[in-house]
Ligand binder design. Structure first.
Ligand code: SF4
Length: 333
């Protein structure tokens, strides 16, 4: 199975529950940024994340309230670097007590100090380690020597201790897909439970030509589609075809909602046009019709899974063929 059965069944139950209420838009994933502080300053990350000031941190109660308010079955702990968050253990336990699933998104540097032996392995928690290439590339992206080797060491140790481990690789304009294939092979040897290869996005706040324009995304993801036949990628086949320019979807920005020390980010994970104090205010204020339509210039090059994987799920009801492919992909491959 691609994902553990309980994640799949929880997601299906979530959709049925909302379907019975007649809701067509609802969050699937909460991107929770407990703090902006990070122990790295990677290329392509917006600089305002590295302030390290105490007011750039959410309290544990605020984090758990956000999980309650969004109702999303999956909570992705990101940031900043969540393994720096002092109340991480309480946060993980609080989210698990709410019967949600956690993706702990980390650069891996502190796993042996703040997670392994501190937060017990649980079938509701996946550790998702960032790796943008092999040693030279990843250390260059992270702007620090040794980050790649530490991440690999932490993957090995995490698997030994019984944690569920996945990886997340951003495909940049400069990314060499031959190198990505070698990385996938290495990660398979380390028995990772899944690999996410996602297109980079041109953040308004990042002045860099690292990120991919639409045609370049299509070319790179044609190759990723080939890789998906050999390696355990976690993106759905329809999403990869979308990223490769072979099909179109509207966006579903409401499917992935983001809570940060500044409040609820709207309209989407990528665009922080405005921050809202309460979930209700955020949910009612964002013009979802406008952002679904992708008519905003900032949406033109966007192929982010956070906006489109839910669109894939929405599209299944119109295509029995896609539904069958999805079932085979999840349950049998
Ligand atoms: S297309 Fe991308 S940038 Fe635009 S709303 Fe969707 S996720 Fe956000």
């Amino acid at each position: 199975m691609r994902f553990p059965l309980h994640i799949t069944t929880d997601m299906i139950k979530h959709q049925i529950r909302h379907g019975l209420k007649g809701n067509t838009r609802y969050p699937f994933v909460l991107m929770l940024e407990p703090l902006y502080t990070c122990n790295l300053a990677c290329l392509g990350c917006s600089v305002e994340r590295h302030t390290g000031r105490i007011e750039d941190r959410l309290t544990l109660d605020e984090c758990l309230q956000a999980a309650d308010d969004s109702g999303a079955p999956v909570v992705s702990l990101c940031g900043g670097e969540p393994t720096i968050y002092p109340e991480l253990k309480g946060l993980v336990e609080g989210i698990i007590a709410r019967k949600r699933h956690i993706y702990l998104c980390t650069n891996g540097l502190l796993l042996d100090r703040t997670v392994y032996g501190v937060v017990a392995p649980h079938n509701r928690m996946t550790i998702n380690i960032h790796l943008d290439g092999l040693k030279q590339t990843h250390d260059q992206v992270c702007d620090r020597e040794g980050v790649f080797e530490k991440a690999i060491e932490m993957i090995r140790e995490g698997k030994r201790l019984g944690y569920r481990i996945t990886t997340n690789t951003t495909i940049f304009k400069e990314t060499d897909l031959d190198e990505v294939e070698v990385l996938c092979r290495l990660l398979r040897e380390h028995r990772v439970d899944g690999m996410l290869l996602s297109p980079g996005y041109q953040y308004a706040s990042v002045e860099s030509d690292f990120f991919l324009a639409r045609e370049e995304i299509h070319q790179k993801f044609q190759r990723v589609l080939d890789l998906s036949k050999q390696y355990r990628l976690t993106s759905t086949p329809m999403f990869l075809e979308f990223a490769a320019g072979m099909r179109e979807y509207p966006c579903s920005p409401w499917s992935t909602v983001t809570y940060t020390p500044q409040g609820w980010r709207g309209p989407c994970y990528l665009i922080g046009e405005k921050y809202y104090r309460t979930f209700e205010e955020f949910w009612q204020s964002v013009d979802w019709d406008y952002w679904e339509s992708r008519q905003d210039p900032r949406c033109y090059n966007c192929k982010m899974h956070s906006g489109f994987e839910a669109s894939v799920v929405r599209g299944l009801r119109n295509s029995p063929k896609d539904m069958l492919r999805m079932a085979i992909w999840n349950f049998l491959e």
